[in-house]
Each structure stands twice: as C-alpha cells, then as structure tokens.
Design a protein around this ligand. Structure first.
Ligand code: NAD
Length: 432
C-alpha cells in the first residue's frame, strides 16, 4: 500500500467511525480518532473495541501505530485536513433525524481555510447546505464540506469498506472533494461524484428502497400464508429475474437495526416537511411493525392464551454477526410476549450484554439449549448460523411443548416435523 497517504481525522468512534478508521489505516493512512466518550477512548487506547464486528479488533490491533485515539478535537485538526464525521443521528420523537451531535461537531470547528468536514453520518437532504450557511455565519466560510455517505453493513463492515459497491462523493468541486476521491482511489470502486444534496439523497433512497423490498416480500409471505404458496419458493423464482435480484427478498419478522427504521422514517419526514406526502413509505413502516406482531398470533394459534407459557427466543440482535440491538424485532416481541403474560427466556451468541440494557424481565441463558429447556414454544428471531446446526430431536426432547416458530425461515419445515415438532414459518405451509 502507498506510504504517502494523507492523514485523516475521524470524529465519532462507533460502528461507522471505527470501521472507517481501521479501513483507512489498512490503506496506509494515519488516522486521528476523536470521541466525546472518554471511557470509550481510554478503552480504545488499550486495545478494547467497544463493539462486536467481525475482523475489526484484529484490524485495529494490526494498525495500532497508525491509529490515534483522543477526546481532544485539536489532535485531529493539527494532523489532518479531512475530518470524517461519524457521530450518531438517531431519530427524535417525531421521526426527524436528531442532528444535535452533528451540530456540536460543526460548532466545535475553528475558522480554517485548510480543513474540510466529510459527512459519513446519515443526514437529511439539505444538511450540507445548512452546515455551509452556519459556517459562513460563524465566520468559518473557508471550511469546506463534502458528503460521503456510508453504506457498510454491520456484520460485514470491514469487507464493505474495502470492497464497496460504489463510493459516493457529493461536493462543490473543490480541493476537499478531490482529496476524498483520492483517498478512496486504491479501492478501485465505482465512483459517483455529484452535488451534495444528491449524495445525501442517494443514502436515504438506498435504505428506503431496501426496506421497501423487505416489506414487499413480507406482504407476499402473508398472502402466501392465506393461499398455500411457499414464499421461499416464490422469492427464489422472483430473485432469478435480473431486474429483481435475490437480495433482500427473505421474508421474516421484520427489519430492524440502527439504519433502516430510522432512515425510512427520516425520509418520510423529510418529504413531509418539504410538502410531499410519501405514501409508500408509510406502508413500508406499518407493514414492518405489524410483521413483528404476527408471531404472537402464531403462538396463540397453537398455545391459546400465552399466560404463564414459557417462550424461548433464539437470537436477539437485529441480524446475525452483530451485537447491535437497536430497533431489533426481539425488543417488540419480548415486550408483547410479557404483556400477554408469557415467561420469556432468551439466548444470543453475542448480543446479551447490549440486550440487557434494553430488555427487562427476560431470563438470559448462556446456550440455545438452556433457553429451550422446558419451553412451550421456541421462536427463532435472529438467524445466527449456530441455530441452523441445532439437533432438532434434541430440541424437541428438551422442550415441554412442541412448537417451533421460525421467524426467519431458517429451518427446513420437513426436518422440523420429522423431529416431532410443529412448524410455523413466515409465508410457508404451517402445521394445522
Ligand atoms: P454510534 O452510535 O455507534 O457511534 C457514534 C459515536 O459518536 C459514539 O461513539 C459517540 O460517543 C460519538 N459522538 C457523539 N457526539 C460526538 C461529538 N460531538 N464528538 C465526537 N464524538 C461524538 O453510531 P454509528 O452506528 O456508527 O452511526 C453513525 C452514523 O453513521 C449515523 O448517522 C448512522 O445513521 C450512519 N450509518 C450507520 C451505519 C451502521 O450500520 N451502523 C451504516 C451506515 C451509516
């Protein structure tokens, strides 16, 4: 890798910030990371990685010498021209993006003709224009601004950084945009260089489209349940059409995570605030909410009232290979089950610590079989590969009941039934 690489700053050391930092360190850049969370920064200095992401710890350890961690912004300003912003933009109660962390970063910048903010955080269209206006009002008109939205997926984030489908750079055609393009050049990815607003919209529209695809196949699954078709077969048949493609056509109990729910809502709000009613996105969100709750009806179909029933949840994270619990379907499910009077026990290979912060009243178990032991029903919530390896006869023997609700269509219904269990998938023929 090149040795004359430009040093960069990364503000915010969460999922996106740490992966961006480690990725650029791999490309040969010195990286100056800043976070307001002093505990996190102390841990990072000692090699403790605050999130679970495959390969991240190893990559950070490999490039210890190139990665610098501090709570002091001036460390990054002193060494780097380009300051990547990767702070959180969670939803407010109204569904708009909360830009307070982004605004704090903007306000903390000193006047400079030598620096640029490179926005990795997902922000509403128009945020870049607003930030440039604020810079002018604060006497910092020389500060440059680039939109460079992030498309990584938790669970494969390092690979996504190093082998992106595309790199999107929205800028005013100045040195900062050129420098960002130069930084990403070794990856050889398709480049979309455009204006700032269009770059901001690429990110929101991409996530909204993927979420729409999931809600679409979930609705098809629900119709399959009414008509006797099998959504797995249907999705296969659809996905082989190049115009459709097989990805994001897996029916299940709804999407979650830190991005889809919030970005879909943020785009809906953005449209509404601009005077346009984005009808389709209302349905995408509503279908997703109802999808999580359909599990309850499937349990009740076989168990009747759920009062005092023991329900085991397999998986809690919003998807496999991450400990991220933000907007996970398990949150809604566990609280609905408890509201119905059920006793909920759960196991997740890595997300227990995060889950404990968000879920009350659930008994956390250290293996899948511990969770299953004595359960009236098992609900597969997250399709961790280790659950596909479960011996279904052992599962049946450990349970008090015999119902398996497969929320991600992970299991072969025939094999489940051969093990003596009742099967309820999503959009597939279920046990009567
Ligand atoms: P995160 O919550 O994991 O991390 C944000 C970090 O920013 C935290 O460590 C926090 O302490 C720090 N921070 C907050 N205010 C700060 C400040 N003023 N100065 C310095 N640090 C500050 O968030 P994330 O998941 O990495 O997401 C960051 C952004 O990237 C969001 O806008 C998100 O929508 C977007 N994004 C996330 C993903 C993903 O999969 N997580 C993917 C693409 C885009």
């Amino acid at each position: 890798m090149s040795t004359n690489r430009e040093p960069i700053g990364v503000i915010g050391t969460g999922y996106v910030g740490l992966v961006t930092a480690a990725g650029f360190a791999e490309l040969g850049n010195e990286v100056y990371c800043v976070d307001i969370d002093s505990e996190k920064i102390e841990g990072l200095k000692n090699g403790q990685i605050p999130i679970w992401e495959p390969g991240l710890e190893e990559l950070i350890a490999k490039h210890r010498d190139r990665l610098h961690f501090s709570t002091n912004l001036s460390d990054a300003l002193e060494h780097a021209r380009l300051l990547f912003v990767a702070v959180g933009t969670p939803p407010t109660y109204s569904g708009d993006a909360d830009l307070s962390a982004v605004n704090a970063v903007v306000d903390a910048m000193p006047p400079s003709d030598q620096h640029a903010l490179v926005m990795k955080s997902t922000v509403p269209v128009g945020t870049g224009e607003t930030i440039k206006r604020v810079f002018r009002e604060q006497g910092k008109a020389g500060f440059r601004y680039v939109s460079c939205p992030e498309f990584l997926k938790e669970g494969s984030a390092i690979k996504d950084f190093l082998e992106p489908d595309r790199v999107v750079v929205g800028d005013d055609g100045d040195w900062a945009g050129d420098a960002v393009v130069e930084l990403y050049a070794p990856l050889g990815a398709e480049l979309v260089r455009t204006d700032i607003k269009s770059a901001e919209m690429v990110k929101l529209a991409s996530n909204a489209f993927l979420a729409t695809k999931i809600s679409f196949i979930n609705e098809i699954a629900n119709v399959c349940e009414e008509t006797g078709a099998d959504v797995v077969e249907v999705a296969k048949g659809m996905g082989l059409d190049n115009r459709i493609g097989p990805k994001f056509l897996q029916a299940g109990i709804g999407f979650g995570g830190s991005c889809f729910p919030k970005d879909v809502t943020a785009l809906k709000q953005l449209a509404g605030n601009s005077g346009y009613h984005f009808q389709l996105l209302n349905s995408v969100i509503e279908v997703n909410e109802l999808q999580k709750r359909r599990v309850i009806a499937k349990l009740e179909k076989h168990l009747g009232k759920l009062v005092d029933k023991k329900i085991a949840l397999l998986g809690l994270a919003f998807k496999p290979n991450t400990d991220d619990m933000r907007e996970a379907s398990s949150l809604v499910l566990s609280s609905r089950l408890q509201a119905a009077g059920a006793h909920v026990r759960a196991y997740d290979p890595v997300a227990e610590e995060e889950a404990r912060k968000l879920i009350r009243g659930v008994s956390f178990k250290s293996t899948a079989l511990d969770a299953i032991e004595g359960a009236d029903a098992v609900v597969l919530v997250t399709e961790w590969p280790e659950f596909a390896e479960l011996d279904l006869v052992e599962v049946k023997n450990a349970m008090a009941g015999d119902l398996l609700v497969d929320g991600r269509n992970l299991f072969d219904p025939g094999q489940v039934r051969d093990a003596g269990l009742l099967y309820e998938g999503v959009g597939r023929a279920s046990s009567a």
